[in-house]
Unconditional design. Structure first.
Length: 494
């Protein structure tokens, strides 16, 4: 019986324990509770992925009301992959969090942090689990509202400004999504996504459905920080606590991309989205601009967290480029890079947390000669940076290999050249940090620092280990991503 309820438990468990963390307040018991729940969520996600792979799509009717009348949780292989990476990142970040939170967040706010963390985890997992369009919006807002609070807990007043800016942009995006979903309900009388997919072809030639498509696309694009709707992201990542930067960078935008996939391929259908509405061409242009412009801007950043933030905007471009091809190979490439980038960027932001713990700064000029004092931390950054660039034997190489192959299969070889150019930009901004840490002389007046504690190094190295493993053997990930892509666009679609 337990295995039949995995889909519901995936969402309910962190939701139930969020207020428990709030009641535990500033004691370390709050961290222990959040840690236990995060690992329990990962265990449930692992069982769920295994069950989906062996049995097939899992469905759960809330309150025993069958879909489409009742609310349905529905997890196929695409959703299972997203759930697993969210839960894995959540467990790694919470394992890392205690020392970093004690250093960066006031003790009286720690209970609020852990409660909001579990609420954010609940929202992100719920987005991937639900089969209902309105509940997807609800879970998206649960994750967003808790993210605003988490970001505002940063060490400087600019964290409040960043959180407010994110709130304004996020509210605009949420409003667009809600209007779009409302129009879909008005025209079809249903909110269940599978039911929507069956009813929309009868009304998809109406102006209302086209406007609904536009509203949903713009709203979700704001949430996932697609260029040029990314203006909230750099400050949010830069001024948030290190743990929050790592968690949000690795999960929030990835879930936004998943929402876009669901609406484009499952709800509206590939023909309406990419043929009737020509969204593929628009996404392709925006993706290429994001890859090049954001990478170029990252080169000139002296704050390393801001540099990584602009890098994230560029990496979102890679994922969107794969999706814009509307082919099985393209969507597979996008999903592989979604998974790999979550591992890479989380490890890099955890590395920044280590440095901030010891130096109190992540400015480039303060990192001169740091590799001599924090060799294990900087080794994480180097390997993660190589993966961002796409060096062989890293997961980033696998991502770009699949993306370049998909682009060439589509006959768009100039895009392959632009992917290579964007990778060269990544080499420059990663190289600036490596040059400062390894080849620059440290400031003689700077204080000596110790390596980060093992409790913060181990999670970062586990993520880097997973990154290297995928770089050597990506067959399992590629198989899951390909199966998820085929489900999204329909098996047999070229």
């Amino acid at each position: 019986m337990l295995t039949e309820n995995l889909v519901a438990l995936q969402v309910v468990v962190p939701l139930i324990f969020a207020p428990v963390c709030l009641l535990l307040g500033k004691s370390r018991h709050a961290w222990a509770c959040a840690l236990t729940v995060s690992w329990l969520a990962l265990g449930i996600a692992t069982l769920l992925v295994t069950r989906v792979a062996t049995i097939g799509t899992q469905s759960y009717a809330i309150g025993a009301w069958a879909a489409p009348i009742g609310i349905e949780y529905r997890v196929d292989m695409a959703g299972a992959l997203i759930i697993f990476i969210i839960a894995a990142i959540g467990a790694m970040v919470m394992s890392y969090a205690r020392r970093s939170i004690e250093h960066e967040i006031a003790a009286e706010n720690s209970g609020y942090f852990y409660a909001c963390y579990l609420l954010c985890l609940t929202g992100l997992l719920g987005i991937a689990a639900t089969g209902d369009a309105f509940n997807m919006f609800v879970f998206l807002e649960i994750s967003s509202l808790s993210s605003y609070v988490l970001i505002s807990l940063g060490t400087t007043r600019r964290a409040l400004t960043a959180a407010f800016q994110y709130l304004v942009m996020g509210t605009i995006g949420a409003t667009f999504i809600l209007i779009g979903v409302g129009m879909l309900y008005m025209m079809t009388g249903t909110l269940n996504m599978m039911d929507l997919a069956q009813r929309l072809p009868g009304v998809d030639d109406t102006r209302t459905i086209r406007v609904a498509f536009a509203f949903v696309t713009i709203g979700v694009s704001i949430k996932l920080a697609l260029f040029p709707l990314h203006l909230w992201l750099p400050n949010a990542y830069t001024f948030a606590p290190s743990v929050v930067s790592a968690f949000v960078a690795a999960t929030a935008t990835k879930v936004g991309i998943y929402v876009l996939l669901r609406f484009f391929f499952t709800v509206f259908g590939i023909h309406f989205s990419f043929v009737a509405m020509h969204v593929g061409e628009i996404l392709m242009v925006l993706a290429v601009v994001a890859m090049l412009v954001a990478s170029l801007v990252a080169i000139f950043q002296d704050n390393i967290k801001r540099m990584l933030a602009y890098s994230s905007v560029a990496q979102i471009g890679y994922m969107i480029l794969g999706i814009s091809l509307a082919t099985s190979a393209g969507v597979t490439a996008g999903m592989i890079h979604l998974f790999n980038h979550a591992l890479i960027k989380c490890a890099l932001f955890l590395c920044m947390g280590n440095i901030f713990l010891r130096l109190g700064s992540v400015e480039l000029h303060d990192l001169r000669g740091l590799a001599q004092q924090m060799p294990w931390t900087m080794a994480v950054f180097v390997i993660g940076g190589l993966s961002l660039i796409g060096v062989p034997l890293t997961s980033g190489f696998i991502s770009k290999w699949y993306l370049v192959s998909a682009v060439l299969d589509a006959g768009l070889w100039p895009l392959a050249v632009l992917i290579l150019l964007a990778s060269l930009f990544a080499l420059i901004y990663i190289g600036r940090v490596v040059e400062a840490a390894y080849f620059s002389k440290p400031d003689p007046t700077a204080k000596k620092v110790r390596e980060a504690p093992a409790s913060m190094l181990i999670p970062a190295w586990l993520l880097i280990g997973a990154n290297l493993y995928i770089g050597v053997d990506a067959s399992l990930l590629a198989g899951i991503a390909r199966q998820g892509a085929d489900i999204l666009i329909g098996a047999g679609v070229p």
